[in-house]
Ligand binder design. Structure first.
Ligand code: ZN
Length: 264
C-alpha cells in the first residue's frame, strides 16, 4: 500500500510544473512522453479554451488566480498536515488568491483517470453555495467529497466516507456545516413537505433539540454531532483515528466572507 502510494506521489511530483527531485524509472518514462508538443491537438485546444473561459469567469468575479502551489504527496501527509493544507486553501479562497486552477489540469486528469489518492474527505451539504473544492482551493484528485442536504451521516454516507478512509487513505475528514442551511431550517420548521424530504429531519433533530431551534446554533451543533456520529458509529473511522491516521473535525462555512472556521 505504501509502496504503491509512493509511486503515485512521485509521479504526481514529476508531472506537475513545480519540482521533480528524484523518482522511479516508470515515472521518468511517463514524464518523457508528456513533453509539450509544438502543435496542440483538438483536445488540447478544447481544454485550453475551457480553461480560459473558467479563468475569465473567476477574474471577472474579482478572484485572482495566482502562482500555483506544488502538487502534494497525499498519502504521506499527517492528519494535522492534511487539515492545515485545506485550511490554507480556504485562506487563499478568502483572500481571492486561488491557485488550484494553475495546476496542469490535463496532467492531473491523466494521473487520476485510473485511480485516486485524495488526502482529505469532506462531508458537506448539497447546497449550491458550498462548492467544496473551490472554497478549499483544491483541484482534481485532492478531496473526496460527500454531499447530502444537511451534511448528515446516513448509512450510505458513512459507507462512502469509510471507502475514502480505508481504501483511498484520506488523512482528514471535515464535516462542513454552512450558514443559512435550508435543510436545517426545514428541520426546525418541521412542516409538511413533498416526497421524502422529511426523511432528512430525523438526522438533524438532535441538533435542533440541543440548540433549541436557533438556526445558526443548530447548524454548528449539527456539524459537531455528525462528526461525532461518524467517529463513534464507524469502526473503520474510529480505528483510523485511534491509529493516528485520520483526524475528524467539524467546521462551519460562512457564505458571506467564504471563511471556514473549525468548531470545538
Ligand atoms: Zn445546507
Amino acid at each position: 500500500m505504501f509502496l504503491r502510494n509512493q509511486l503515485h506521489i512521485d509521479r504526481i511530483r514529476c508531472l506537475c510544473d513545480s519540482i521533480c527531485d528524484g523518482h522511479p524509472e516508470e515515472m521518468t518514462t511517463r514524464s518523457s512522453r508528456l513533453e509539450p508538443i509544438p502543435v496542440p491537438s483538438r483536445r488540447q485546444v478544447l481544454r485550453a479554451t475551457i480553461a480560459g473561459t473558467a479563468a475569465g469567469v473567476l477574474t471577472s468575479a474579482g478572484i485572482e488566480l495566482s502562482v500555483p502551489r506544488q502538487a502534494q504527496a497525499q498519502s504521506t501527509l499527517s492528519p494535522d498536515a492534511a487539515l492545515q493544507m485545506v485550511m490554507e486553501g480556504n485562506q487563499r479562497f478568502v483572500e481571492r488568491r486561488l491557485t488550484f486552477y494553475k495546476e496542469d489540469l490535463a496532467i492531473l486528469q491523466q494521473n487520476t483517470a485510473e485511480k485516486q489518492e485524495p488526502f482529505a474527505s469532506v462531508l458537506s451539504c448539497a447546497d449550491s453555495r458550498v462548492p467544496v473544492e473551490l472554497i478549499f482551493d483544491q483541484s482534481i484528485g485532492h478531496v473526496f467529497v460527500n454531499r447530502v442536504a444537511g451534511n448528515i451521516a446516513t448509512s450510505e454516507i458513512i459507507a462512502s466516507i469509510e471507502y475514502g478512509v480505508a481504501v483511498l487513505g484520506t488523512r482528514v475528514l471535515i464535516v462542513l456545516g454552512h450558514a443559512a442551511c435550508g435543510a436545517v431550517k426545514a428541520s426546525i420548521a418541521a412542516k409538511d413537505v413533498p416526497g421524502q424530504i422529511s426523511s432528512l429531519y430525523r438526522y438533524i433533530r438532535p441538533a435542533v433539540d440541543e440548540a433549541q431551534g436557533d438556526v445558526e446554533k443548530t447548524i454548528r451543533a449539527n456539524a459537531k454531532i455528525q462528526a461525532k456520529l461518524l467517529k463513534d458509529s464507524s469502526p473503520v473511522i474510529a480505528s483510523a483515528v485511534k491509529d493516528g491516521k485520520l483526524k475528524v473535525v467539524a467546521a462551519y462555512y460562512d457564505l458571506t466572507d467564504g471563511k471556514v472556521t473549525l468548531l470545538d
